[in-house]
Design a protein around this ligand. Structure first.
Ligand code: IVH
Length: 694
């Protein structure tokens, strides 16, 4: 279509065209954002906006109040609103064999201070790989529903859940005034195949597997689409509740049924480990004939009181475990051994494979662990190798089929220089990993750190994927994490790049803006310091409370023998190796500069805000000493931390409270000397809101 150039337009023509453009662009925004169904390409959309801008430049007086150039942000901003879960939604740790399952049970008994032979009952439930959701009921009415999201907050999909027959609008019979009910939304195998056939016939996209189909169907901006999709739901867990709905998980499942939910009919009450193992074998044998895909069985300790005491560590409960079905194996040809450079400089060998189907998943890459493993298994390029895939872990190379080794295959020589930057790669004595010494001068380390920085548990910036990071890095736009928050200045340049456009550039800028506020724990985790995973980041955040304190204390801790160094080492859960990594990080000037640059660009929220404000222990430093009679040390510490307390190993003037068990020694004496408050185990139970020991 030829268009009159803006110069040649009369004022009346210009006004008419601006009105048309405003309407048209608004319509495309709605199609794109609200219905997930754009009618025109990004390029065509950009052309409309450019035309609008050109005419406005020529006739500034004609700029409309509803002009697309004035509108920053169409509501809703690219999707669903966020909903915070009242109780975090956890994931599960995995076991793969009876011995690992027995060890899980032993750990739980130890934590509870039970004898090795003490009875422990379970409920076994088939594990469906769908999409977990959180349903909130108030006075028996369904009021809100959200996806799991990051475990703390998910996407508000209430309207879509309301279209599902399996989600009761009202709970039958008596229900707590407030309750969060969790379950799995999934699609049965037959429904998945039928949906894909229909999608294909209509020229729509087909889904890779039932899980994606379920997620894609629930996360629709138009609930009418969800309503038309065959989604099922099994209810299986409890979040927040204003009153305990049952004493055991088994009884809770019964209540879920009575309220109107579907509970997986294969779920079973099991008395001990032996019955669990038998159940595992039974479910494995029926797996192929089930209407839906499962990848294992979830075992939950039945007693809800014990579940509460066990709590969780990191993202997984201590009271439940997923026992996955055995790994699937296949053999294929090893094409190449590629050396990846990680964010801490670790050189990791990766097997590039002739793609092969392993239990329904096409595998073209597998882990080779480290150089010793390659040598021990004598893995050579060209070999036929046996690979294994288990659960969601990365496929592994198990062994070489030596009879099929091609002539002339040479043993693999592990590089002693970084393949990315050429720096020396050193392997400290006693360690399995060789590391690039290039630090931040190594482009691979820089890129990996950025990828980690924006990952989901860290800054979680949507639209800034690995490819984009690499692209912007290579352009020199993104050399360190602080540059991310300077990207908005380049919105126009980004929009002009191949594969981008005004819309995607704007979305990226918004996603970045949305993350300028960040909780301290996430911030610390994002830095990618070795050995500082999510859990340790959280410990540090809770302990130091605010960014400024943390920074000051870490800096002080770089001095050997300083009080700050001692304090760091005595935080329970932070061992000397972790303290060492932190100190090393802070000793590096460039790291401090990066931190300061980030702090100037961001609002880093204090950790104290996360802790229950009504907890008398929030922010207090607690030391346990002596033998506790009614709970194990780990349980006591976990409880204290859950209430916002900092637990340390040594008593100092900064200690607020010393819990004194039997046969307490020097720590109790020191507390008395320093005038630190000491309490008995029974007093501690009362303070921590634990039931009095019976
Ligand atoms: S319980 C602590 N029960 O598995 C509570 N989860 O790997 C954690 N899942 O996010 C959830 N079937 O999506 C639970 N019967 C079941 C489950 C189940 C499938 C999924 C769920 C969860 C994931 C954890």
């Amino acid at each position: 279509m030829t268009r009159t150039s803006p110069e040649a337009l009369s004022e009346a023509e210009a006004a008419a065209e601006l009105a048309r453009l405003a309407g048209e662009i608004a319509r495309h925004d709605a199609l794109y954002y609200r219905q997930d169904a754009p009618e025109i390409s990004d390029a065509a959309y950009d052309a409309l906006r450019r035309r609008n801008a050109e005419i406005e430049a020529r006739f500034p007086d004609l700029v409309r109040p509803d002009s697309p150039s004035r509108r920053v942000g169409v509501a809703p901003e690219g999707g669903f609103a966020k909903l915070r879960h009242l109780q975090p939604m956890l994931s599960l740790d995995n076991v793969f064999d009876p011995a690992e399952f027995v060890e899980f049970c032993a750990r739980a008994r130890r934590f509870l201070g039970l004898g090795a032979e003490a009875p422990l009952g379970f409920v076994g439930e088939p594990k469906i790989d769908g999409l977990s959701i959180n349903l909130t009921y108030e006075h028996g009415h369904f009021v809100r529903g959200a996806t799991r999201g990051d475990g703390m907050e998910g996407e508000d999909v209430t309207a879509n859940l309301r279209t599902m027959a399996a989600v009761p609008r009202r709970l039958h019979g008596h229900a707590p005034a407030l309750i969060e009910i969790r379950g799995e939304v999934f699609m049965a195998k037959a429904d998945f195949l039928a949906l894909n056939a229909a999608q294909e016939a209509a020229g729509e996209k087909v889904f890779a597997n039932p899980r994606n189909a379920a997620a894609g169907s629930l996360r629709q901006l138009d609930p009418a689409i969800t309503a038309a999709r065959p989604l099922s739901l099994f209810a299986y867990a409890l979040g927040e509740a204003s009153e305990a709905p049952a004493a055991t998980h088994w009884a809770y499942l019964e209540r879920l049924r009575s309220w109107g939910f579907t509970v997986n009919p294969l779920s079973r009450r099991l008395d001990d480990e032996a019955q669990a193992a038998a159940f595992q074998a039974e479910i494995a044998a029926t797996r192929a004939g089930l209407a839906y895909d499962i990848d294992g069985v979830v075992y939950k300790i039945d007693d809800l009181g014990l579940q509460r005491r066990l709590g969780f560590v990191g993202r997984a409960p201590r009271w439940a475990i997923a026992w996955k079905f055995p790994a699937e194996q296949a053999s294929t040809v090893l094409r190449e051994i590629r050396i990846q450079v990680g964010r801490t400089g670790a050189l990791t060998p990766v097997a590039e494979l002739e793609p092969v189907n392993v239990g329904g998943v096409l595998v073209s890459r597998a882990s080779l662990h480290n150089e010793d493993e390659i040598a021990r298994k004598d893995i050579r390029v060209g070999d036929t190798v046996l690979i294994q895939r288990a659960g969601d872990v990365i496929p592994q190379v198990l062994s070489v089929v030596t009879e099929r080794r091609p002539q002339g295959a040479q043993p693999f020589v592990f590089p002693d220089h970084c393949p990315a930057c050429g720096s020396l790669a050193l392997r400290p004595p006693g360690e399995a990993v060789r590391r690039c010494t290039g630090g931040l001068t190594c482009p691979a380390q820089r890129v990996e750190r950025l990828i980690h920085f924006v990952s989901r548990p860290a800054f979680d910036i949507e639209g800034l994927g690995e490819k984009t990071i690499q692209e912007f890095h290579d352009l020199g736009w993104l050399l360190g994490p602080a540059d991310i928050f300077r990207l908005p200045e380049r919105e126009a340049e980004i929009a002009a790049r191949e594969g981008w456009g005004a819309l995607s550039a704007r979305n990226l800028v918004r996603a970045i803006a949305a993350r300028r506020r960040i909780p301290l724990a996430r911030f610390i985790y994002a830095l990618g310091i070795r050995r500082i995973g999510e859990r340790n980041a959280q410990l540090l955040a809770r302990h130091y409370g605010g960014y400024a304190d943390w920074r000051a204390q870490m800096l002080a801790a770089t001095t050997i023998g300083s009080e700050a160094r001692e304090a760091l080492g005595s935080i329970v859960g932070i061992g000397p190796a972790i303290a060492e990594e932190l100190v090393e990080f802070f000793a590096e000037r460039r790291n401090r500069e990066t931190l300061d640059a980030l702090a100037g660009l961001l609002t880093i929220e204090d950790a104290a805000a996360e802790v229950a404000a009504d907890s008398a222990l929030a922010g207090k430093t607690v030391v346990f000493t002596g033998t506790l009679a009614t709970m194990s040390r780990p349980e006591a510490k976990a409880r204290a931390q859950a209430l916002g307390a900092k637990v340390t190993d040594s008593v100092s003037a900064k200690t607020d409270l010393v819990v004194v068990g039997e046969d307490a020694g020097s720590k109790a004496r020191k507390a008395a000397e320093l005038g630190v408050r000491t309490i008995t185990e029974a007093e501690w139970r009362a303070l921590a809101g634990m039931e009095p020991a019976g």
